[in-house]
Design a protein around this ligand. Structure first.
Ligand code: PSV
Ligand code: MN
Length: 388
């Protein structure tokens, strides 16, 4: 059996990065519903993220999205984060909301627009230099809607050229995390549709380029844990954008739709050393809380990752390997299911108490009075959101 103190230590040192945009208004292409008390600027988003960290103890890092989180002084934003006991994490580039990018950003047939897109990516690296962020997270909405619309191979060439230029600008401790997504907003071809395409570009770029697995970006039925295991083996798993989905890229709370899948993914992470800080796997959330209260939803998501992690760490690897080597299909499966079926909530409550935290993070947040305070104080101004 795994040593309980090792499991507890791993749970205490886990770091989950929360997305600034998860605290703002969001919605679908049909409607963005506003909520009272939503942050008006990146500073207030960090204030909310600090509540998640206070309640869970494992969420000290916040990803930014530019220009959603554009500020005049990133040094001041970094200082604000530090004062809250937080640090600024991945910088997510946004080359999908400018009218110029209708036919693509870095793969656009027009060289002027390609330059504009690359300029934004380089600006994001400038921001990373100030914020101390290590990760430039790239997701390209680029693709085509109709057969014949553009040349598939030429678009790959343009993508490779842009990536190489940005890669050359990276500092020693900075990396590109290249995200893929099967479809949407492009409906016929997407220029980085799958992990293989991302992996191939990252291989060409070099060591400082790795793949990001957004759990909502696959065809239904895709075996995501296989992808995770493969990328870890190759040293190319840069991180996760965690969320869950029933249909497409639903961006629901991670673990809500399929907690067993989350467990299977984290089992591969645990078994292949991905929780060791030196592997650099970033455990980020990428979610939108369209209809539920945002801060407690982020807290719930963090807890879901913790629960799946605890179960993954409880897998009796020795017993699993012994059963696998002897070809005992049922015993191997039983070892895994035993861990999955363990109620780890008492263990996590104990871990939190040992860290001086409330064993129930949701109750801790409720008791803090923060929800009432932001509704009362955040009056006027323009609420943050990604628009639709
Ligand atoms: C695209 O669907 C994506 O997953 C990318 O990570 C974006 O940066 C993010 O969503 C925006 O919510
Ligand atoms: Mn994502």
């Amino acid at each position: 059996m795994p040593d309980l103190s090792t499991v507890k230590a791993a749970l205490k040192s886990q770091v989950i990065e929360t997305p600034s945009w998860g605290y703002g208004n969001s919605g679908t292409r049909f409607k963005v519903f506003t909520q009272e008390g939503v942050p008006r600027d990146p500073y207030e988003k960090l204030n909310d993220a600090a509540q998640v960290h206070a309640a869970t103890g494992v969420a000290p890092v916040v990803s930014l999205h530019i220009p959603w989180d554009k500020v005049d002084d990133y040094g001041a934003l970094k200082k604000h984060a530090q004062e809250l006991g937080l640090r600024l994490g991945g910088i997510n580039a946004n080359v999908f909301q400018d009218d110029d990018f209708k036919l693509g950003s870095v793969t656009n047939p027009d060289p002027r627009i390609r330059r504009k897109a690359v300029a934004h990516l380089l600006e994001c690296v400038d921001i990373m230099d100030v914020t101390g962020s290590h990760d430039l997270k790239l997701w390209f909405s680029d693709g085509t809607n109709y057969p014949g619309q553009d040349d598939i191979v030429e678009r790959q060439d343009r993508l490779a050229e842009a990536l190489a230029e940005v890669y050359a600008r990276l500092g020693d401790d900075q990396r590109i995390l290249l995200e893929y997504k099967l479809f949407e907003p492009a409906f016929y071809t997407t220029d980085v549709p799958d992990w293989g395409t991302s992996y191939a570009h990252c291989l060409t770029l070099g060591e400082k380029a790795q793949v990001v697995v957004d759990t909502g970006h696959h065809a239904p039925g895709t075996n995501i844990e296989f992808i995770v295991a493969f990328l870890l083996r190759q040293g190319k798993l840069g991180g996760f954008d965690f969320n869950s989905r029933f249909y497409a890229d639903d961006d629901l709370m991670v673990g809500a739709a399929d907690p067993f899948q989350l467990f299977r993914i984290l089992h591969e992470v645990a078994k292949n050393g991905g929780f060791a800080p030196e592997t650099g796997v970033a455990f980020m959330l990428d979610q939108c809380h369209n209809i539920e209260a945002k801060i407690p939803a982020v807290i719930r998501s963090v807890m879901n990752v913790q629960e799946a992690t605890a179960k993954a760490l409880l897998v009796d690897i020795e017993a699993l390997r012994a059963a696998q080597r002897s070809g005992d299909v049922l015993a191997s499966n039983a070892v895994l299911m035993d861990a999955y079926n363990t109620d780890v909530r008492p263990l996590l409550a104990e871990v939190r108490e040992e860290q001086g935290l409330n064993p129930d993070p949701v109750a801790a947040y409720r008791a803090s009075g923060w929800a009432e305070r932001i509704v009362a104080e955040r009056v006027g101004g323009e609420q943050a959101g990604w628009g639709a």
